[in-house]
Design a protein around this ligand. Structure first.
Ligand code: GLN
Length: 365
């Protein structure tokens, strides 16, 4: 009897454990589709139907000003606070900047405030790896598949054989940093700073308080570095790679500078302001493809569906969207939604691109 009762208890325990596993698996596999989290407002019916390429200075200036005015009072979302210093950034800052491939610049709001680039740095580091080692190295040593999971997901590493998955999530971005060729960690960071500066068309600087704050609270990313090491998917010392990654995320950019960085990608790798080639043209479509699929974290599908443009977001509140061959559009506002994407920046960029019919999937404009 005792034995039977023990058997029953064992059976109940096994059955219960199995039920929990089934339920968890179902939860992971079938989490309900996320509604598009962007607070979009469709442009007025009388908005110009001009193609972005043909947009006049007047159109672009007006749309930039309208996007700013329309969303400046949007109070949805909140500053990131898992990096304590980011919680201190004034939440109502808001800037919109457009830079075209012929070097025209249109701005509204706080476009000269230097905020931390955070994850918007990731495609630019990937570009450096492509430039040094070929774009095939990114596919082979990191991966190019979207994760559908949060940017810092450890589950994404465990569930996917590529482990790092793509260079726009933390794991892949840390792996990308580990691939940058340099003699020391210091030299690697300086190379990245200089590289970003070539995209921006001017020297950039780190925001030391942001760096200190993230470096002091960075155990999640250190964990990611070690898990990648366990799977041989990081190519330099994990702690050193995480530290350089943290520094790259702490580089300050203004909306204007970031728009120039994006416009360099829109322009096939040539900075439209300095006219210098930064990255070889052949790498740009590959990079933009990854940005389309993974640039908005776990909202990348919704963004591609709604806007149809490669983009990259960061928890500093910056977003850059690329209209290939035409322009880059940047929004900056620290208020983020749950996925870590700036609410006002998303809305402002989408407002402008919708008005311009700028969507890479629209064949005829
Ligand atoms: N430095 C940040 C982090 O690693 C960047 C994240 C982001 O912008 N999504 O958490």
């Amino acid at each position: 009897m005792g034995a039977r009762r023990g058997d029953e208890r064992g059976f109940v325990r096994v059955t219960f454990a199995a039920a929990v596993i089934v339920a968890l698996t179902a939860l992971i596999a079938c989490s309900p589709p996320q509604p598009a989290a962007h607070a979009y407002t469709a442009p007025a019916a009388n908005a110009p139907a001009s193609a972005a390429r043909a947009a006049s200075d007047g159109d672009l200036a007006r749309l930039t000003a309208e996007a700013y005015a329309k969303f400046k009072d949007l109070r949805d979302g909140a500053n990131a606070d898992y990096i304590p210093e980011l919680a201190k950034i004034p939440s109502e800052l808001f800037g919109v900047a457009v830079v075209t491939v012929d070097g025209r610049v249109f701005t509204a709001g706080d476009v000269d405030y230097a905020f931390s680039i955070q994850s918007v740095s990731k495609p630019f580091t990937a570009a450096l790896v492509m430039q040094e080692q070929g774009d095939e190295a990114i596919a082979r040593k990191i991966g190019v598949e979207p994760t559908g999971m949060p940017f810092n997901s450890i589950m994404a590493i465990e569930l996917g054989e590529a482990r790092s998955r793509n260079p726009l999530v933390n794991a892949g971005a840390i792996a990308a940093v580990s691939m940058v060729k340099a003699k020391s960690a210091k030299a690697k960071y300086e190379k990245l700073l200089d590289w970003y500066g070539r995209f921006a068309g001017e020297k950039l600087k780190i925001l030391p308080d942001i760096y200190k704050s993230e470096a002091a609270t960075n155990n999640g990313n250190r964990g990611i570095g070690f898990i990648l090491a366990k799977y041989d998917r990081i190519y330099a010392d994990p702690l050193e790679s995480v530290d350089v990654y943290t520094k790259q995320c702490s580089i300050g950019v203004t909306a204007k500078q970031l728009a120039r960085m994006g416009a360099t990608l829109a322009n096939g790798g040539v900075n439209p302001v300095t006219h210098q080639r930064v990255v070889d043209e052949q790498h740009v479509p590959k990079l933009l493809a990854i940005m389309m699929m993974a640039g908005f974290y776990d909202e990348s599908g919704a963004w591609a569906y709604d806007a149809g443009l490669p983009a990259k977001t960061g928890v500093g509140g910056g977003i850059v969207a690329i209209v290939p061959g035409e322009m880059a559009i940047v929004g900056f506002s620290p208020r983020l939604n749950k996925a870590g994407n700036s609410v006002r920046a998303t809305a402002a960029i989408h407002y402008i691109t919708t008005a311009l019919h700028a969507n890479v999937f629209v064949g005829h404009r």
